[in-house]
Ligand binder design. Structure first.
Ligand code: AMP
Ligand code: ZN
Length: 460
């Protein structure tokens, strides 16, 4: 069955046609590793993961590339202001290189906790300076660049269709532009390809280039690294909607100007996550990380479940009540599934409905309702419910297959201990309950107390 995907570039749902039969090349703009990723960033990451899993369940072999931005992303997201890496360094005293390593590590841990499949390639901008310089050289040879006192810029007026991704005309942008911070720029939309290091200070991250010592602009890394790992064009490029007017528009401009070919065939963008009905902000103290979710007693997987509840093209609102509801729903699902007898045969009818939802521009909320309907359907035998839930979970990624192992391998002694602990807790004998928890731990299991009762997790 065909997958239909909404393409930001053509503003319509299209039948997905891979460049190479049976394969998908897919690039996502990844984290700038100067701070902890927040739950909004992870909406983008879970969206990528769901898309990747949707391709896999349709039989495609997926190559997913996600870059790590460890240089060149300036605080204003444009061509002015301090490099985000160097800013954190100035604040904390750590080197920009150590900061990049530290936050990349945190990021990888977050991906794991959210059960996100690690992208196949995670190239760093600092490890691909040569490719970026080469691309800028090509743009220079083709007459798309000019030099100012602070760097080499892309002349956006040289491309007739600059801005086609957002649909905004160059003239509109010019008129609407704020008073130019950089009077040397020819057009408000022009952007830096290479920036010179300041004359009076040595940057921690800087390189030689044909134009002088400096560092690459933020957009060029994605054009250079996507080409390195996926070629030109590749199938799908993703990112949050904030990237449409500038970052992705400029990636397209660079690659099309240099190669005379499209960068990617389909552009997909996830809408933003809001918190308490508004934008996340430091001043409101609501730029939450996955740690904050855990500190409040919720599982990262409950956050993943929460995200399944909205289509990626809709704004989604996070509140502590909504994550609590997600945790409860997830607990309920686990309890229903854990109690089912194991089976291998999947319900064809429900699988068909599920795939129809998935292939209709990744209608995950629709697919999630298929799961609930299937589990509550008396016509579906229990063994089949089990197998079907596990099949659906290949896309949802909620770890239902792991529940199976726990159920099968729990020894009788542990069952007895659980019974004793249940009694102790009913009698509010917390001391005994904790002692039994420790005894259970010695058997290799962690007990979790969910609203629905005790649940075991294997420690191995
Ligand atoms: P950044 O590190 O700012 O480049 O962001 C990494 C990814 O997260 C990008 O694809 C952004 O579009 C996305 N993103 C940032 N904030 C949010 C948000 N509040 N909701 C959803 N996606 C976001
Ligand atoms: Zn990018």
């Amino acid at each position: 069955m065909n997958m239909k995907l909404y393409n930001t570039l053509t503003r319509q749902k299209e039948d997905f046609k891979p460049i190479i039969d049976g394969k998908v090349g897919f690039y996502s703009c990844g984290p700038t590793v100067y701070l902890r990723a927040h739950i909004g960033n992870h909406r983008a990451n879970v969206f990528n993961d769901l898309l990747k899993r949707a391709f896999t369940i349709n039989g495609y072999e997926v190559k997913h590339v996600m870059n790590i931005t460890d240089v060149g992303h300036l605080v204003d997201d444009g061509d002015d202001g301090e490099d985000k890496m160097e800013k954190t360094s100035r604040k904390t005293g750590e080197t920009a290189w150590d900061i990049a390593e530290k936050y990349t590590e945190f990021f990888m841990q977050d991906l794991e906790r959210l059960n996100i499949i690690t992208p196949n390639v995670m190239p760093k901008a600092t490890a691909h300076i040569e490719q970026q310089v080469d691309l800028i050289k090509t743009l220079e040879e083709k007459g798309f660049t000019y030099k100012t006192s602070d760097g080499i810029y892309f002349d956006t007026s040289k491309l007739d269709d600059y801005g086609k991704l957002s649909g905004q005309k160059l003239d509109d942008k010019q008129e609407g532009a704020r008073v130019e911070k950089n009077p040397e720029k020819k057009n408000a939309t022009d952007f830096a390809l290479w920036k010179f290091s300041p004359k009076d200070e040595q940057r921690q991250m800087e390189w030689e280039s044909p134009w002088g010592i400096g560092f690459p602009g933020w957009h060029i890394e994605c054009s250079a690294m996507s080409e390195e790992y996926l070629g030109v064009p590749f199938d799908i490029h993703t990112g949050g909607i904030d990237h449409i007017p500038v970052h992705h528009t400029n990636e397209i401009a660079q690659t099309e100007a240099a190669r005379g070919k499209p960068l990617a065939n389909i552009w997909m963008h996830n809408e933003f996550l809001q918190v308490d009905g508004g934008k996340m902000s430091k001043s409101l103290g609501n730029v939450y990380s996955i740690d904050d979710i855990q500190d409040k007693g919720f599982e990262p997987l409950a956050y993943r479940y929460f995200l399944l509840g909205a289509h990626y093209k809709q704004t989604q609102n996070f509140t502590w009540e909504s994550i609590e509801a997600a945790q409860n729903a997830l607990n309920k699902l686990r309890k229903m599934i854990i109690e089912l007898p194991r089976g291998d045969e999947v319900s064809e009818g429900y699988l068909k409905k599920f795939i129809e939802h998935i292939n209709d521009d990744l209608d995950i909320p629709g697919a999630l309702s298929d799961l609930w309907l299937m589990l509550k359907d008396d016509q579906v035998p229990d063994e089949m419910k089990y197998a079907t839930a596990l099949k659906f979970d290949e896309v949802f990624g909620l770890g239902f297959a792991d529940l199976k192992k726990e159920k099968l391998e729990v020894p009788d002694e542990v069952h007895d201990l659980l019974e004793l602990r249940k009694k102790a807790r009913e009698e509010k004998n917390w001391e005994v309950s904790d002692q039994i928890r420790d005894q259970i731990k010695e058997h290799g299991f962690e007990v979790k107390d969910l609203e629905t009762g005790q649940v075991l997790e294997s420690l191995v």
